[in-house]
Each structure stands twice: as C-alpha cells, then as structure tokens.
Design a protein around this ligand. Structure first.
Ligand code: ADP
Ligand code: MG
Length: 692
C-alpha cells in the first residue's frame, strides 16, 4: 500500500466516522423532540448505538437528576444559613447539627437495614465507639499527632468499620428477627465495657471523659482543647465547624448514593429481595452483608465522633443501657418514617422525627402537661402507624406516586423504540473458559437424602454439550432436588457431580455460578422491587469486578463497567423480548414475562449450561410456543440447556435427550421417541395421574 493509499484510507475512515456521529446526533436530537420520523434510527446506527450504549456516564452527571438538584439546593441552603440570618442563634444551630449527625447514622442504617434487609437494633453502639475514639485520643494523647482532632475522626471511621466487622461476622450468620436480637444484645455488652471500673483509666468509668476538644465558642478552654483548622494553627469557630459538618454530611450522602446505584448496591438489594436468587447469580451473600454492615457502622461511628466534638465536649456511658437501646430504636423509627430502602428516606425521616422531638415539649408547655416524658412512646406509636399504613414511609409514598404516573404516561405516549443494538450485545454467549470436553454435566450415582427420604436415589445423568436435555417425572419425583444439588444449593450424601470435567459437589452455589451454570426457579425468584434491567444487571455480577470502594467513589473503571453491563443487559432483554419494560419493577410484570426475565438474568452470566426449572408453568399456549422458539434460539448460540418440564409438547418438541425420574430414581434415558415408547415411563405417568 502506497503512502497515498494509506492517506485515502484514513480519510475514508474519518469521513465515515464523522457521518456516523452526525447521523446519531441528529437522530438523538429528533428523538428527544419526539419527531415521528426519528422513531426509526438511521441505518448506520448499530455501531453508533453500541458506542452510545457503552459510553459511561460522566462522573458528576448524578447532580443533574431531580433528586440530585434537590439535594444540592439543600446543601447550599445549609451552607448559606449562618450567613443569611441576621442575629444568628447558636442554639438552633446546634440542633441542626444534631439532626445532621442523626441523619448520617440513619443513612448508614438504611444501607444495611433498608437496602440489604438486615435490621440492626444496635447502631447507637457505633455512635458511642466514635464518640469515645475522639474522647480518648484527644485527651490522652494531647500534644502528639494522635491527639489531633482530625486524625481522631479518621480513626473513628476505621474503628467503627472494624467494630462492624467484628460484630457483623458472627451476627450476620443469623437471619431476620435473630439478627435484630443479636445486635440489640451488643448494647448492654458495650455499655458494661465503657462503664467498667477496670477500664476506667481509658474510658473514665461512669463519669466518662470530659473536656474534649470542641469548637464551641462560649466554653473557655486551654489551647490544646480547641480544634484547629488543619495546617494553619488557627482555632476553628463553631460556624467553621458547622460548615465542615455540612460538607461531610453532603459527601457521606453522595458516597451512600453511589453505593446504592452501583454493582454492590444492586447486590445488596438482591440479597434483600431473594437470597437464593442472589446466590444463584453468584453474589456472595455473606460478604455483601458484612460489607454493608461495616459501612453502616463506620457512618454511625463518624457521626458519633462529630456529635461529641460539636455538642457536648464530653462523652459518657449515660445512666443506663436503656438509653442506648432507646436511641438505637429512634434511628430505626427515623428510617421507617422517612422511607426504608430509599435514598432520601433518612434525610426526611431524621428531619421529621427530630422536629417532632423538638415540638413535643413545646406542645406540652401549651397544654401544661409533661408531654416530654412521652416522647419515645409517641414516636413508637408513629412508627407503628407508619409500618401498618405506609410501609414505604414518606419517601416511599412519593416514589410510588411518581412511578405510577410515569407508567401511565408511558402507556399513553409510548417512547420510540431504542436503536437496535449490535448482534454481539444481543446474542447470549457461552463463556470460553469452561468449554473443554463434550460432557458438560455429569452426576454419578448421586443421592440426596432428606431425613430418610431418598429424594434423589443414585442418579446418573450425562448432559452433552450443545444439546437440550430434559428431565421429566411426576411431581415430587426429585427433579428440583436434582438441580439444587447440581447447582450447589445442597451437597449430595452419596455419589459425585462433575461440571465441564471437574468435580464440583459440595461446593457453594456461587462457585458453580462462577463456572458457568445459570438457572431459573420453579417458584419465581425475581428481585421484585428492582427494575427489569437491574435484575439482569445483577445477573452479570460475576462477570465484572469493580470493588466496593471503586463503586463508592465512581472511579473511571466502575463507570465504564457500569455502562458495559447496562448495554449488555439491555441486549439480553432484547433477546428475550423484554426491552420495552426494562425500567418497570420486576414484581409488576405478568407471569410469562417474569419467566422470561429469569431466563435473561441467567443468560447474563454467560452460562455454559442453562438450567430451566418448569419455565412453562403458568404460561398460556401461545406463550409456550414462544418459549419453545426461545429455547431453540438459546441452543443455537452454543449454550447447553437442561430443561425440567411437565409440558409434554414442549419437552418432545425441543429435546435432544430426555431423562426420566420416578420416586427419586432414574427410570429411563433416551431420545424423545424412545421415551414415548418406554413402558415404565408410561406407567409412572399413568400411576401419578391415578393418584392426583
Ligand atoms: P419435583 O421437583 O420433581 O416435583 P422435588 O425435588 O421438589 O420434586 O421433591 C422431591 C422430594 O423431596 C419430595 O418428596 C419433597 O417433599 C422432598 N423435598 C424437596 N426438598 C426438600 C427439603 N428441602 N427438605 C425436605 N424434603 C424435601
Ligand atoms: Mg420441582
């Protein structure tokens, strides 16, 4: 190729590239304006669409959402507040700081309780840990670096997270109400610790630690008890400290928001909505719970450290452990009233409850009645009413409204179809790394026994690569048990399981998932309160690797990854025909679509083997016909399909091989024609029908 040719070639590429971008821009603009002609994307689009779909959102784009704008305005108002009001009153100002500190605790609590579904009733412990960290460090190490207030804040975060890990590792082994009781039990334990005579030199016993560094102006104190602006040596005023607190609050909210909207946040919500489905998508449930608990503890600890610094200049274990139990409870009430599992919930809840707590004594004065004593009772009643009447809390109600309006709006004005994505994004792909051998799955004389019942009795089945292999049998014959053993939900009592040539029995579910086994469930296990798109994105959990901290600060890597899995998830939704409902909540879909969504989610892990447990249950005849087509399309991509089904037309129509179970034993194995002619199979089915 001559130099001139090369130049011409480069020029052609550049021109094509420019045209493509122009066409895409014009199309996007027209679509935004709602022009009907723009409903069909220009022909050059597939590549450009891929490019657009794969483009990460800019790091700060989050501020352009309605919630982001509202929050930014709130921050600006809080920052401007001391300067805007003439005759600014330090005591109101103190109350606002307390509300902000409480909000920080509740934001953290909401991460573990609201988004991950693990209710902790001991958050006050972490607040105390933060408070004591500042107290101990700034008074015991006076002049050294360790006595520096800012360093003690950082240590408070670390100690809070460490305490969260220490307590969370055992506590999160248990579930539901037991977890709440365990976390509640932390409170008296720590109360005793801080109160103990033995540790008095450190924690100061019942009196606690006084004289802690603080920026409060009206307390006279020696220079080593003031808080200095770092690197300047200038003492901080209470207004300065307030501004710092507002900024820290803004940052913590932003970080929590990033987690919630990231891969980790989706994993957390998946754990809340269905643990077994989360496991089967490769989410390490326990790890996710512990991580969320550590973050929530770190938030509470930092809030406690700040609270001690600006408000009281002292920390003590209080008069009784009950005080801390009450405070922990108030945090929960704040979360519930604001909106459990919503981003804005903690802000609204902490503000509302704090206002109520401030107003109660005032109302008492008017009524000439000691209403203050009833504060906790009144809050408890309020929480009770909220749980019964509006479980979503204040923000939940508003979100529901918005969602319903949006759905109605979309129903009336359907948006133009998104541009068709390129085939590489739409087509499911079996992963390469497990592609060795012709036998994908094999069980050898495998038995699973439930208290004497041999649900699987010495079952040997070989599933060959690229086939559709069906497992049939009457109800209760052990089909679901078979796939639960194969996917690692149960360990078999006897025999062995091989996947792509490697022995896998006894390994946990997330390992089998990582090796390329995707499954759906007989009883639908979708994450109902996540969108359709998010469901599929969690399915991709094991195919991406950005870490917790990366997600928290939205690194370039995590944003690129996010864009990539979003585009891929959208592609898989197109493959199963659900792209139109991508942003609806999964729980609102009709049955048939929910089944398809489970399939799309399983395809998201690029499975070598796709296991479908009665996918036709609850489908109408037309839908069954579609399903047959879908299974064939999946097989054509090279993915091996293992199908459990009762619907005989479907089974006989798509299967290459069929195995039959009866009372836990395999009674036949063969092609559809062989199975239909098999006398024992006919008997097993007739027998079963005779019992029904
Ligand atoms: P199928 O999917 O073929 O309808 P299953 O595998 O669900 O059958 O059940 C097979 C047998 O094992 C049934 O008798 C069922 O009651 C029993 N079984 C299934 N799971 C459990 C379990 N977790 N504990 C005890 N028994 C179980
Ligand atoms: Mg079953």
């Amino acid at each position: 190729m001559t130099m001139l040719d090369r130049l011409k070639e480069a020029n052609r590429t550049a021109v094509a590239e420019r045209d493509r971008r122009r066409a895409l821009k014009a199309w996007t603009r027209a679509r935004a304006a709602g022009a009907p002609a723009a409903a069909r994307p220009p022909s050059v689009l597939p590549e450009a669409a891929a490019e657009m779909a794969l483009r990460p959102e800019p790091r700060l784009s989050v501020f352009a959402t309605p919630g982001g704008i509202a929050f930014t305005l709130l921050l600006i108002a809080l920052l401007a507040w001391p300067f805007a009001l003439p005759g600014f009153d330090p005591s109101t100002f103190l109350e606002v700081q307390k509300i902000l500190a409480a909000t920080i605790v509740v934001i953290g609590l909401n991460l573990i309780a609201g988004f991950t579904g693990q209710l902790s009733l001991g958050q006050k412990i972490f607040v105390l840990i933060g408070g004591y960290t500042v107290g101990v460090m700034t008074t015991r190490f006076d002049s050294s670096l360790l006595g520096n207030h800012w360093i003690s804040l950082v240590v408070a975060i670390a100690l809070g997270a460490a305490a969260g890990a220490m307590l969370g590792l055992p506590a999160l082994r248990v579930k539901g109400a037991y977890l709440s009781i365990v976390t509640l039990a932390f409170v008296p334990i720590f109360y005793t610790l801080f109160n103990s005579e033995l540790l008095k030199p450190v924690f100061g016993g019942a009196q606690g630690i006084g004289d802690i560094a603080t920026p409060i102006g009206n307390i006279a104190r020696p220079p080593n008890r003031t808080i200095n602006i770092p690197f300047t040596g200038t003492a901080m005023t209470d207004v300065d400290y307030y501004l710092v607190l507002v900024l820290i609050f803004g940052l913590l909210f932003f970080l929590a928001r990033n987690i919630v909207k990231s891969r980790w946040g989706r994993a957390m919500t998946a754990v809340r909505e269905s643990e077994i489905a989360a496991k089967s998508s490769g989410v390490r449930v326990y790890k996710v719970k512990v991580a969320a608990f550590m973050v929530s503890a770190a938030y509470a600890s930092l809030a406690g450290a700040l609270l001690t610094s600006f408000s009281t200049a002292q920390i003590s274990p209080e008069s009784a452990a009950a005080v801390h139990i009450r405070d922990s409870f108030v945090y929960v009430v704040m979360m519930i009233i604001g909106g459990t599992g919503t981003l804005a919930g903690p802000l609204v809840g902490a503000a509302l409850v704090s206002l109520i707590r401030l107003l109660i004594p005032k109302v008492g004065e008017i009524l000439d009645f000691d209403l203050k004593r009833w504060t906790t009772t009144l809050l408890a009643i309020l929480a009770l009413v909220s749980v019964v009447a509006a479980p979503g809390g204040t923000v939940g109600i508003i979100n529901d409204r918005i969602h319903r309006r949006r759905t109605r709006h979309r129903y009336r004005n359907p948006p133009p179809r998104p541009p068709a994505l390129p085939a590489s994004l739409v087509r499911p792909t079996p992963r390469e790394d497990a592609a060795t051998g012709d036998v994908v799955l094999e069980t050898r004389e495998m038995s699973k026994i439930f208290g004497g019942l041999r649900a699987n009795d010495s079952v040997s089945i070989r599933v060959e690569r690229g086939t559709v292999h069906s497992l049939i049998g009457p109800n209760g014959s052990g089909k679901t048990t078979f796939i639960n053993v194969v996917t690692g939900v149960y360990a078999p009592e006897e025999g062995s399981v091989y996947f792509a040539g490697e022995r896998i029995d006894g390994q946990p579910a997330f390992i089998t998932v990582e090796r390329g086994m995707g499954r759906t469930f007989q009883n639908l296990q979708l994450w109902r309160r996540m969108t359709v798109l998010e469901n599929v994105m969690v399915g991709m959990h094991v195919r991406v690797g950005s870490g917790f901290i990366g997600n928290m600060v939205r690194t370039g890597r995590s944003r690129r990854e996010e864009a990539r899995i979003k585009a891929r998830a959208m592609g898989l939704l197109q493959f199963v025909g659900l792209e139109d409902v991508a942003d609806q909540l999964a729980g609102t879909l009709p049955y048939g679509k929910q089944r398809y969504l489970e399939i799309a989610r399983a395809l998201a892990l690029d499975p070598v083997l796709l296991i479908l447990d009665e996918p036709a249950a609850g489908l109408n005849p037309a839908e069954v016909h579609d399903l047959m087509d879908l299974i064939r399309r999946i097989q054509r991509t090279g993915i091996t399909v293992f199908l459990i089904e009762h619907h005989m037309d479907l089974v006989m129509g798509v299967s290459d091989r069929i195995s039959v179970l009866d009372y836990g034993s395999k009674i036949a194995d063969g092609t559809p024609a062989e199975i239909q002619a098999d006398q024992r199979v006919v008997e097993a089915y007739l027998g079963a029908e005779a019992h029904v």
